[in-house]
Ligand binder design. Sequence first.
Ligand code: PMP
Length: 387
Amino acid sequence: MPSHTADRPPLSLSARVHDLHPSPIREILAVVGRPGMISFAGGLPAAETFPRLDGTSPTDALQYGPSEGDPALRARIADELAGLGLDCAPERVLVLSGSQQGIDLVGKLFIDPGTPVAVESPTYLAALQVFRFFGARFQPFSSTTVSAAALRDGRPAFAYAIPTFQNPTGHCYGDTERARLAAACGEAGVPLFEDDPYRDLAYDTVSRRPVCADLKGSPWIYQGSFSKSLAPGLRLGFMTASEEFFTLLVRLKQAADLHSNRLSQWLVLQQLESAGRGARMEKLVAFYQRKRDCFAAALDKHFGGLADWQAPSGGLFFWLRLRHPIDTRSLLPLAIERNVAFMPGEAFYAGEPELGTLRLNFSHASEEEIDRGLGVLAELVVDALNG
Ligand code: PMP
């Protein structure tokens, strides 16, 4: 396990965080809830004016709340993250308005125009968009070759990775890749930002240990989401980080939205504590596993000889590489004309895209639609090849 506190290079934070101060109002609000406190601070609406909820929901879920998140939910999340091997305590859990918010906060924390950021390529499109928006210059890395020397050379402000059931490739790092990334970041002192929204959707037995769990003494940020395991409309995710980042991330969160939706937080806590949670998750995983298998069979039927792919062990995507690479962006309008949508792979690359790649989501369409839709896509590929 890398442990490199002594010779760690200084952290490279964005210029804007030098002006990031705690919100005086938020600090006062933290004590307003004390019994007997008369508050003329803040702008708390009177609870008696709130709409009536059903008998089981707490009214205080409609009042302003703590930026870090509701304490019971933070404690529950901390328990689970500690169970994965992460160095995590309730005080270092930040509830997010979707893990997409975590990507935005990390962008704000580190990136100025021209800041180098190490990313897998291809990687999550909306992370590239956010980092680009703040002015990042990308340094693509791969889990099979990443090294401390390469990270030291490029001096990225942080490395962003989705080691478990990656978006868009579905790839899940094996133990060697996990150890390689931990060693590279640890030895180079480059903070790792690990994005882990798919970990609960595992259909095969594979290694899912967070890479951040093996970064002892070196900076890291880890985030997850309730979007895939519960529901994306709740807009709830969570983040934990090594000590040096946590307070800054909370301040950035305060500036962004004060706090995440408290009704959603309450609903998620109910789900996490419900006796039926284990059975529900088993059912969810079995449901998607069947879809994955059905999608793999339909790919064999329609794309055998046309493309290469590996069935993902988890997550929501197949990643196809056409044997004769054509720019799949040109196929999209033709596919849409025939009522089939897919994501051309080119958009997921940080640099020069590899042509002839497609990201196909398998969780949403019915089995009949999967067969029909893949049949249409294969026909379009054959037509383009015959050209
Ligand atoms: N990270 C990755 C890798 C994702 O694929 C997604 C959603 N597609 C997100 C973050 C954002 O998810 P959410 O905001 O719903 O938690």
